[in-house]
Write a protein that binds this ligand. Structure first.
Ligand SMILES: Cc1cc2nc3c(=O)[nH]c(=O)nc-3n(C[C@H](O)[C@H](O)[C@H](O)COP(=O)(O)OP(=O)(O)OC[C@H]3O[C@@H](n4cnc5c(N)ncnc54)[C@H](O)[C@@H]3O)c2cc1C
Length: 300
């Protein structure tokens, strides 16, 4: 089956990209290629496409801004569903609706223009609204789960609205990581003056200035309760540990930096860190990053 021809004929409105490169579309900058990527423009198109994929049993996975994701080096014989074209943005008072493809910076800009504050802890975090909602992205001062009121989603090919409770939030987790697509999110902010918002955005951006530079996925492991994964890795003496082109950042031990390495390098390094930390401390580190080929098991 020529999947590209099938998609072009069936969904002429959606942007379809053949031979999609994961390394070009993820911040870690490695991974192979997928047969096809498709970008619906709105919730209805997204549901139509996901329904089609589901009915035909075509493997598929979701990709937002690719800031927390790593794909295999091998090619993926399935479809990458992207959300980048789903850019709806509107607000009613302090309730903002953002489509899954809206970027974190775009959300902050729109909120500021409309006098809605509260989302500033997102400043500087590379994210799409869909990926951030699924990952519960944020920092100690605020995560998506603090703002989400309800989520418009595509579940098993059907559009449905999930209440906050139904999102099943916990540390870096939500029901959306088990294959329910986030199409858009209603986020509750607070009334604020644009100048106040700008000041807070600058504050949070400045706080991030010392984070490691280079290609990464941000923090690799979830912090164990009451502890810092970075400090644990550092105490085990693993800064600068290297596999091929991937190494543990000397500045922040929870960051893995990729300098021209493969996904296999990154994954081997992750395993090595886990093994050594377990051997030295007994702590089992849980990955925060997403191995996105798992998404082929999507239920959407
Ligand atoms: C330099 C750097 C700094 C970072 N700092 C932080 C930080 O301070 N705090 C923090 O929380 N994170 C941080 N991260 C990680 C990353 O920014 C967040 O996890 C972000 O929310 C990922 O969003 P994304 O759109 O890139 O998701 P992706 O990486 O594209 O996807 C992540 C997961 O969500 C799924 N997904 C994507 N879109 C959807 C959708 N619409 N519906 C359902 N599932 C979807 C994917 O299948 C995948 O499983 C950092 C990353 C980098 C590179």
């Amino acid at each position: 089956m020529d999947i590209f021809a099938v998609f072009s004929a069936r969904f002429p409105y959606a942007l379809t990209e053949k031979n999609f490169s994961f390394s070009a579309h993820t911040t870690i900058g490695c991974g192979g290629r997928a047969a096809l990527a498709v970008s619906p423009r709105n919730t209805e198109e997204c549901a139509e496409i996901l329904c089609f994929l589901r009915q035909r049993g075509i493997p598929h996975l979701f990709l937002g801004a690719g800031a927390n994701s790593i794909a295999d080096d091998e090619s993926y014989d399935g479809v990458v569903v992207r959300f980048a074209k789903m850019k709806a943005l509107f607000c009613d008072g302090t309730l903002v609706y953002a489509g899954a493809g809206v970027g974190g910076a775009e959300l902050l800009k729109f909120a500021k223009e409309n006098g809605v504050g509260g989302f500033e802890p997102l400043a500087g975090i590379p994210t799409s609204v869909g990926g951030g909602t699924a990952m519960n992205a944020g920092i100690r001062d605020g995560h998506f789960c603090d703002w989400v009121e309800r989520v418009v989603a595509v579940d098993q090919g059907k559009i449905r609205t999930l209440s906050f409770k139904e999102c099943g939030y916990s540390e870096k987790n939500s029901v959306f990581l088990s294959g329910i697509a986030v199409a858009g999110v209603y986020l509750r902010g607070i009334e604020s003056f644009a100048e106040e918002i700008e000041t807070r955005v600058c504050y949070y951006r400045t706080r991030r200035a010392n984070l490691p530079k280079g290609r990464s996925m941000g923090c690799t492991f979830v912090n164990p309760v009451g502890q810092s994964a970075g400090e644990i890795i550092d105490r085990c003496g693993l800064k600068n540990l290297r596999v091929g082109g991937a190494f543990v950042s000397p500045e922040h031990a929870n960051f893995i930096i990729n300098e021209g390495g493969t996904s296999s390098d990154v994954k081997k390094l992750i395993e090595e860190i886990k093994i050594r930390v377990k051997a030295r401390t007994g702590i089992v580190l849980r990955e925060e990053i997403r191995r996105i080929t798992e998404g082929s098991k999507n239920r959407s």
